[in-house]
Design a protein. Structure first.
Lengths: 290, 381, 381, 290
């Protein structure tokens, strides 16, 4: 049906009364996501929009609501703490939207969350959406449509662009996952590819990468070695100069490593169809699924 | 954020890492006075955010105060990789018996801070990595425990065999780790770490890069930023909360989102143009940001056409439209403008643009093609 | 090692924990001068390494400088649990709206540092634990990560409901954890942590115990030791590297090893005597240690017989024998001596003792029985 | 045959050139322990007593010697680092003799060693001996004799006293283990009892405890619930005053908890024979093994 989230997702919103948190909570509720609670220290006992109960701590919220997923909109200096609090409260799936989390914080958050057996998506990611079922994060619902293609991406608006093109071409999605553009994050390409491979409803996968690191290269090898479903991909940053951080903290070419050319080559060598332009993803998909 | 060698040295010194004295001069006279004070041969080093200073003539010896004056005058006139040298560090020349490299970076693969140590110091570590990879020892630090003494000793034994030097180097490595992690570093490097003929160990050079995301909670570190040492347009962009990187092309790009911005640049190239910049206006696009973005882009004389590519999600396209209209009123454009808008409040945005005699497209490919054609004075490929 | 309230407060203050001002006086005059300076009602608190100061009359209010003088004079005459009061802390009296307890100890069961927080502050936490255990929230800190803000908040929400107070208390807890772990604590406690009628939070009392094993590497903390506040014989024993605890019995015990020392005391009791002390000469027994041990024990007038119980492993029994002979030459004993020796170099030891007219036994039970009989002037049970 | 160490034990000595390390290494070699290497930073390449190779790091020593056990004699400020180095080098059994290790150090060493899957004995312990096979630590070899009784103790010389009495009474030992007197240590009573229960050669066990903590109480419950072999015990510190540390950092009665009386009661209630005097252990054993 989808990966990571579906109709049974019971969502908690950390930072529900903040500017971003409240805006997107409304959007998620509108989309049909089951938002079962929010957390804002000091506002425990109040209700968000007269409906969603607010708690002081995640532990309390989990106990009272049975939430199985949380999405984090707290400011960067508190994001690491929020992720750790969620993991410590035993929430199995943690989505952190916050951009600007210090990378040294993430070196500590990563093992902490892992030790407690939770899955983390992000930080600095748009979240994910299983069209028609549940939306967690900030991906605009109206550009998506239910279908049988999975999408995983390091980017935000570029993802929207591609999904929009797919929807216009009547190619629907099982789940669209934005893993985020930070150098250290939780769920990576391979985690998503693996989940899509196992998801019966997904027939093909789109993978949108960018410069920096070697995740796409490893993901490409995973496709060849472990996947039966077709995968097509796009890499942003062919014109990016080395040594400069292209917006995303992780989008940086260090020395000669992590270039778009290197990644596109890895795609080709491992049977991942390479889109030259974002729009080409649609044609590649159509051919792959024929 | 890059900081200067002398600033990194100040930080390392605070952590007890042995560093020879040194003072900063901004004029040849100051350099002369400092050299006189030291009363010995000095090294004069350009303080500039660029590698390869030595090759560019930015590091020189001076035997007398007068020579120091002349050398400083030369170096202060240099422009290294586009950045003018505004400051020099004057430091006594040291006798060197051996040169090693030690550094630490955040490594995305292991998701940890990783030390590198090499007995082949004094040269670029990437060169060592490429040519003699067995001369580098890497060690990922478990962030939950920090760098243990035994780990520091293992690295130090790779550099030295004399136990006193091993212990001294191990202590330096532990302190370097502290300096790195307590100040929000994404890189900290000593190259070279030298031994003197007497066997003492000292850090002759120091480099540190700070994670931009750490600056909000570290005002003392943020205060180290030297805006005079940065690209003017990038300073302005940062103040407007834009992410901007200047490039050499002719199509100015204004995009929301880093991935889409890169993809837009790539598409410009695909259709035969050259992007003049990377510019991400971010998610919450208030009109002022758009105004600042246009001001920065239009100040680049190479820009022959400007392309907006906005996919409205959180970004409200009407905000962007308002920003464009305001900016053009303030400063009429001298180059053609192509706008691509779609998503949140698209209809309102189109109405706003229309009222000011502007129009917008909805297809990214078409918009890029048009902008390239306008910039190159011909047709897109 | 125990440190005084005022010393713990100095440490906590360095970590930004809000603590009202206060100064130490060793004479009534000083107390008067301090009270005059504060110009308000003051609390005068005995600085002594013993609990239950309040019940013993060691904590009193004084409304005027003159009263402060009188009260200080009274308190400085007190002896609390055997320890004479040598110093008082003079601090302005505070208006209190609520009293809470926060503390941290090293917990052997979880092998971690464990926080305890209770809204029932101002009284002994053991009493709270016994009578109203649900009024204590415990939290074990993962030493690999430290006390996270969310954990501190969870504890703080147990104490307060006002979010400003919760945040203030959470910050205090994080700083208390830092103070505890960066100074080698085995206990750190604020009791009471109070709120004022204006809603501010402050630490009115402070207690800290330092792990003796940390003192070697923390000379600044070791320097806080106040020997005038400790048993004289225990100070002397520590200086001689002996582990000594004074008790009230009549059989002085000199043993190697803590477990054997306890077992020896128990056996003294088993046979109807009372041990006068716990004394462990440790593993590497040089003769000087034995001399010091005998000097300390013989200075206790209650001791009616002295028992050596030495099982030579690392400990060389000839060293012990030499020590005994030397000590007796310096200061002939006025009470009977029973020696039990076995193990390493036993034959040499017996020879040494024999030359000085002493003898030794090899069986522990027999030796203890004999010592008890000699101390009680009768037969052992 | 024995627990934890036997003839196949290949021992490394950390701090082999120190005063205590060198003394006891000679004793261990004399007893027949296979000492395969030593570690003293800066003395790598030299030999101890012209026989045992010395290395700069544990990692190197393990690689070159195939050591499977290490014993640590380094001074207290370096002991935590030494234990961690041994665990990181993958040594499965680590014995730390050093007395005076700060307890906060141990809060960090404990999870570190555990994560790496090593067993730690100590610190502040006399080590262990499997008479006639191998000796690791400082227990005098001549007071022991091979046999079929296992012994586990928190104490040093008190252990010697009891073992000595056993040997005099012709009751030999499979293994004598001193777990040490610190509040936080590695191997505890239950670990040893469990190992003795599983060791075919061991027919009965002696457990020597002291005041402080609840390890003996839990061990007593373990005896009743999990053990078939007879266990007899002794507790030191019946006359110890509360709140005072009786030499061992762990030997302290906190409030009303951890008294000798409480522990002896737990022994009795769970079928562990209680010796009133150390010498009584011998009679209890004889009766239990009849």
């Amino acid at each position: 049906m989808s990966i990571f989230i579906d109709k049974s997702t019971r969502l908690l919103v950390q930072g529900i009364t903040g500017r971003d948190g409240s805006f997107h909570t409304k959007q998620m509720i509108e989309y049909g996501t089951q938002v079962v609670g929010g957390v804002t220290p000091g506002k425990g006992g109040q209700k968000f929009e007269d409906k969603v109960p607010i708690f002081n701590t995640v532990a309390e919220a989990v106990k009272k609501t049975g939430a199985n997923t949380t999405v984090i909109y707290v400011p960067p200096p508190f994001a690491a703490d929020a992720m750790m609090e969620a993991a410590d409260a035993g929430i199995p799936f943690i989505v952190c939207i916050t951009e600007g989390v210090p990378v040294l914080d993430m070196t500590r958050v990563y093992p902490y969350v892992k030790e407690r057996g939770s899955r983390l998506l992000g930080p600095n990611c748009p979240g994910l959406i299983s069209p028609g079922q549940s939306k967690v994060g900030i991906i605009p619902g109206r550009i998506c449509t239910p279908g049988n293609v999975g999408l995983v991406s390091r980017s935000g608006t570029l993802t929207y662009e591609v999904v929009f093109q797919m929807t216009r071409a009547k190619i629907g999605q099982t789940t669209c996952v934005g893993i985020g553009g930070d150098p250290i994050n939780g769920t990576n390409f391979i985690d998503c590819l693996d989940a899509f491979e196992k998801d019966a409803a997904t027939k093909a996968v789109v993978m949108i990468g960018e410069i920096g690191g070697t995740d796409e290269q490893e993901a490409a090898r995973f496709v060849r070695e472990k996947m039966k479903k077709p995968v097509v991909g796009f890499i942003a940053g062919q014109t990016a100069p080395p040594g400069r951080r292209m917006g995303h903290a992780g989008a940086i070419i260090s020395g000669s490593a992590g270039t778009a050319a290197e990644k596109m080559q890895a795609f080709e060598e491992n049977g991942v169809g390479v889109a030259k332009r974002p729009i080409d993803v649609v044609d590649l998909l159509k051919r792959a699924m024929r | 954020m890059n900081i200067h060698e002398y600033q990194a040295k100040d930080i390392f010194r605070k952590y007890g890492i042995p560093i020879p004295p040194g003072e900063v001069a901004t004029t040849p006279d100051e350099a002369q006075a400092i050299a006189r004070k030291f009363g010995t041969t000095v090294v004069i080093k350009a303080q500039v955010h660029a590698g390869g200073r030595g090759k560019a003539g930015g590091v020189k010896l001076a035997k007398t105060p007068e020579e120091a004056r002349n050398v400083a005058a030369q170096i202060l006139k240099l422009v290294i990789k586009g950045l003018p040298v505004q400051k020099v560090l004057v430091t006594p020349a040291a006798d060197i018996a051996s040169e090693a490299y030690v550094g630490i970076i955040v490594d995305r693969a292991s998701k940890r801070s990783v030390f590198m140590a090499s007995p082949a110091g004094g040269i670029d570590i990437e060169e060592v990595a490429a040519k003699t990879p067995d001369k580098i020892l890497r060690h990922a630090v478990d962030p939950r425990y920090g760098l243990q003494m035994f780990e520091a000793m293992q690295l130090a034994f790779f550099l030295y065999s004399d136990i006193k030097q091993v212990r001294a180097a191990a202590k330096i490595l532990q302190q370097l780790y502290k300096a790195f992690s307590e100040n929000g570093g994404s890189l900290a490097e000593i190259n070279p770490l030298v031994t003197t003929p007497a066997g003492e160990i000292a850090a002759l050079d120091a480099k540190m890069v700070i994670d931009d995301n750490e600056l909000d909670r570290r005002p003392d570190i943020a205060a180290l930023r030297d805006e005079s040492a940065e690209e003017e347009s990038e300073v302005e962009a940062r103040k407007a909360n834009l992410t901007f990187i200047k490039l050499d092309g002719n199509v100015g790009c204004v995009v929301n989102g880093a991935g889409l911005a890169m993809a837009t640049m790539d598409l410009v190239k695909y259709y035969g143009g050259e992007p003049a910049n990377f510019l991400d206006i971010g998610g919450s696009s208030n009109p002022e940001k758009v105004v600042a973005a246009l001001r920065i882009i239009t100040s680049d004389k190479n820009v022959k056409a400007i392309l907006f590519n906005i996919f409205g999600g959180i970004t409200r396209t009407d905000d962007v439209a308002n920003g464009i209209v305001t900016a053009i009123k303030q400063n009429p454009l001298k180059v053609p403008l192509v706008i691509r808008l779609t998503g949140t409040n698209e209809e309102i945005a189109l109405e706003i643009l229309k009222k000011s005699g502007l129009s917008a497209m909805t297809d990214m490919d078409e918009a890029v093609k048009k902008a390239v054609a306008l910039a190159t004075g011909g047709k897109a490929k």
